[in-house]
Design a protein around this ligand. Structure first.
Ligand SMILES: [Zn+2]
Length: 177
């Protein structure tokens, strides 16, 4: 469900009649004029490679796209930078630290959770880890796989934005070799 369809009553005055402005992307109450903007939420995704260039994939433990491959990452908290979210999520999901990273690309996504559609903007970073010695599958992931680029099947990836990010990453490898 699009968030515009979830707001039947105005959260400010309680009356029925929230009109959605498709052009600007906000709901406006026809009674009191209260406005509610529907925006993309920031999220980060990490392309972490090992010494042989294999890509670290996680397996999703929860819906959406349960049991499908994913990249480590997650939502950016309010007041947090994308870079801080990247380091925090990698620590929370894998218990490893990054030695370096650089911004790669962004990709919009729709994240279906419960009945609601959340709009995200996934920011992808290419990362190197300090060490994989103590890596663990924590938080909302059920496993970890290192896959050589030539063996990656984008159809095994659950989320559309991550699939596109990996496709473009694989293309970037082919164009530089
Ligand atoms: Zn109102």
């Amino acid at each position: 469900m699009h968030p515009k369809d979830a707001f039947k009553y105005c959260p400010a005055c309680g009356k029925r009649g929230m009109m959605y402005n498709n052009k600007v992307g906000y709901l406006k109450c026809i009674s009191c004029g209260f406005q509610y903007f529907i925006n993309e939420a920031g999220a980060v995704a990490a392309i972490i490679t090992d010494m042989e260039g294999r890509i670290l994939f996680t397996k999703r433990a929860k819906a959406p796209a349960k049991n499908k491959l994913d990249l480590p990452g997650g939502f950016v908290d309010i007041g947090e930078t994308a870079e801080h979210a990247l380091e925090r999520e990698i620590k929370e999901e894998l218990d490893i630290s990054l030695s370096s990273y650089r911004y790669f690309m962004s990709q919009p996504n729709k994240y279906i959770f419960g009945d609601m559609t959340y709009f995200t903007l996934d920011l992808a970073y290419i990362c190197q880890a300090k060490s994989f010695d103590n890596i663990k599958a924590l938080d909302d992931i059920s496993g970890i796989r290192f896959i050589p680029p030539e063996e990656v099947n984008p159809d095994d990836i659950g989320l559309a934005s991550i699939k596109e990010i990996i496709k473009q990453y694989l293309n970037s490898l082919n164009s530089t070799s």
